[in-house]
Design a protein around this ligand. Structure first.
Ligand code: AR6
Length: 359
């Protein structure tokens, strides 16, 4: 089952277990630890007193008392000391140990705060990457629903570089529905922007002709919306595209064919897509079931399809990628960049206030 990233107060979640970012004494503190103890009541502290503390990177479980969840798993993250003191391994261990404790205790759903990313100073983008990697590794082998709970948006940071890249791509590609022309309808649009005898035209920015680009074709632009020489498609891509354009099968059959071509197993594919087992069964067993666009994109990412291939897959269910949807543009950005890590994509979608993929 999948990994969700949600913005919430963890003490309000009704899942089987929530994880506490505790300290070695397990006797409470500030941050999420303070919030959990406050919401659970004094009995939690009494039980914690009997646990004899906890080493960094380890985890211990208690009841949840007044909290809406069933258990609290207390783990102690590393204090950030610059990254050279084994912090990453210790933080990974927090996630691994907490998840195995959850499994041993029959938990089907677990929520984590960003361990160490508050008082303990672990850089938030790095802490998030460790969380997503450790949890997804566990989810490849185990069935569980896991939430990464992000308290406030400010604490949720994809790397600045990625954010800027995506923002720039959106700015360059986003087309307001009110625009008449898909690409060039603004007040600077003038007729002499049309093609010259070589099929090139001058694109204007304000009153200055700034660059010479060939006639617009979406596929001619690179990640940043700049013109890129068209390169011959590799043969295997062509055959996959060919296959996708010829097939008349429903989505389930197409999907199974693609999974075979990519040499994946079904489980590997739906897990990589962050799609739940239930959704997978519906796709495979309910003839009339039409997957959502979000689900189709998730599979396109899991199958590591190119932009063109992803568009073809979407079209088998009647969907397309639109220039007037930020969500679609972000997806297009990642497909072009061939970045298929669904958790990085989801972190980015989340940062841009868009729904996440999968689930
Ligand atoms: N729900 C979800 N996330 C929260 C909540 C909440 N209610 N409150 C805070 N966070 P921190 P650490 C986020 O400092 O860095 C304590 O004193 C917060 O924004 O709670 O592991 C312990 O006793 C941040 O992203 O934990 C230890 O001494 C994340 O939870 C020490 O702090 C973790 O921040 C542990 O420090």
């Amino acid at each position: 089952m999948p990994l969700y990233i949600i913005r919430q107060d963890i003490t309000k979640l009704e899942c089987d277990a929530i994880v506490n970012a505790a300290n070695n004494t397990l006797l409470g503190g500030g941050g999420v630890d303070g919030a959990i103890h406050k919401a659970a009541g004094a009995e939690l502290l009494e039980e914690c007193k009997r646990l004899g503390g906890c080493d960094t990177g380890e985890a211990k479980i208690t009841k949840a008392y007044n909290l809406p969840c069933k258990h609290v798993i207390h783990t102690v993250g590393p204090i950030w000391q610059g990254g050279e003191k084994g912090e990453k391994a210790l933080l990974e261990s927090c996630y691994k140990k907490s998840l195995s404790l959850a499994k041993e205790n029959g938990c089907e759903s677990v929520a984590f705060p960003l361990i160490s990313a508050g008082v303990y100073g672990y850089p938030k983008d790095k802490a998030l990457a460790v969380a997503a990697e450790s949890i997804s590794e566990f989810l490849f082998k185990n069935e569980m629903t896991v939430y990464i709970v992000v308290f406030d948006k400010a604490s949720y940071q994809i790397s600045e570089e990625l954010f800027d890249d995506v923002q720039e791509y959106i700015d360059d590609n986003y087309v307001d529905d009110n625009y008449v022309d898909d690409n060039y309808a603004d007040e600077n649009y003038v007729d002499d922007n049309y093609a010259d005898e070589n099929g090139y035209y001058l694109e204007r920015s304000g009153e200055v002709c700034c660059r010479r680009v060939p006639i617009f074709k979406e596929s001619d632009y690179d990640l940043f919306g700049c013109f890129e020489e068209k390169i011959e498609e590799p043969t295997e891509d062509l055959s996959l595209l060919d296959m996708l354009s010829k097939i008349d099968d429903n989505f389930a059959v197409t999907l199974l064919k693609l999974i075979d071509i990519k040499g994946m197993s079904d489980v590997e594919c739906y897990k990589k897509a962050n799609v739940s087992k239930q959704t997978w069964y519906k796709i495979m067993n309910e003839k009339e079931y039409k997957p959502s666009k979000n689900t189709v994109i998730s599979f396109a990412i899991a199958l590591e399809l190119s932009l063109e291939e992803a568009k073809r897959l979407l079209s088998t269910v009647g969907f397309t990628l639109s220039k007037s949807s930020k969500f679609d543009i972000i997806i297009e950005y990642f497909l072009l960049k061939e970045e298929y890590n669904i958790f990085i994509i989801n972190e980015t979608l989340f940062k841009f206030d868009q729904v996440c993929l999968g689930v």
